[in-house]
Design a protein around this ligand. Sequence first.
Ligand SMILES: C[S@@+](CC[C@H](N)C(=O)[O-])C[C@H]1O[C@@H](n2cnc3c(N)ncnc32)[C@H](O)[C@@H]1O
Length: 278
Amino acid sequence: MADHFPPDIDMETPSIARMYDYLLGGKDNFEADRKACETLADGIPELVAFANDNRAFLSRAVEYVAAQGVEQFLDLGAGLPTAENTHHVAQRSRPRSRVVYVDNDPIVLAHGRALISDSEETAFLLADIRRTDEILAAPETRRLIDVDLPVCVMLVSLLHCLPDADDPFGMVRSLMERLAPGSCVVFSHIVSEDPRAGAWMTDQILSFGTPWGRVRSPQEVFAVFDGLEPASAWPDGRDEEPRVVDCSTWRRPGVDPLFRPADPSVRLWELAGVAFKR
Ligand SMILES: C[S@@+](CC[C@H](N)C(=O)[O-])C[C@H]1O[C@@H](n2cnc3c(N)ncnc32)[C@H](O)[C@@H]1O
C-alpha cells in the first residue's frame, strides 16, 4: 500500500485524516493510525459508530442544503474520499453544484486527486483552514466559487482539531462575514458535558503527537452559530427545538432529534447542525 503514498508522509505519527479513514473502514491508513484508534476505542467504545454517524450526517446535511438551492460548497477539512463525497450528494439534486475540497493532510490531496479527479465542478486544495485568505484567493476557489452567491461552508468534525489559540470560532465568523446572504455552515464537533471524559480524549490524541485542539462543551461550540439562523433538525422540518443535536439524529427519517445520546453512559458525542446567514 505504501507505494501509492506521497514520499513525505510521516507513517509513525497518527494523522486525523487516516485515523478517521480507518474508523470508516477505509484502507488508506498505517499501523500507527490503527493503534491510535484502538487506544481511543478502549475509552470510547462507540468510536466507530461515532465516525459513521458523523459521515451520514454530512450526507443528509449536504442533501438538505442542496435542496435549499445552494450550489457552491467549500468543504473544509474534507478528509479522505469515501463512497459518498460532498459533490456526489450535492450533484444528485443540483447537477451544477461546485465543490472545493480543502485539507492540510497531503494524503488527502494525493488520494482526492486520484479518486475524484479535478473536474469542471470540483477541485482539491492542500491548505490549512486557518489561512482563510489564501483559500479564498486560490485559483481553484476563484474558478468554482462566486462569493457573491450563497456558499455552504462545511466544518464537519473539524474545529475540534484546532486549539483555542487559533480562535476557530472567530475564524468562522470572519469567513461568514465575507460570504453572501443565503450562505450556511454545516457543522459538527466532538463535545462532552463531562470535563474528565473530554480531557481524556484530548490528552490521548495529543499524546500520539498528532496536532489537535480539544473536546469542547456544547455551550462552547454554540459560538459557531452566532449571527446565524439554525435550521430545523426535524426530518419534517418543523419549527421546533432542538436544532443543534447529536449528529446521528439530525433530520434522520423516523428519528426525533436529540440534543445528546439517550444512553447516559455515552459521555462524548458529535454535536451537529446547519445554520444560514440571512
Ligand atoms: C475527522 S476528519 C473529518 C473529515 C470530513 N469533514 C468528515 O466529517 O467526514 C478531519 C479532517 O480535518 C483535517 N484537518 C485538521 N486540521 C486541519 C487544518 N488546520 N487545515 C485543514 N484541514 C485540517 C484533517 O486532515 C482531517 O482530514
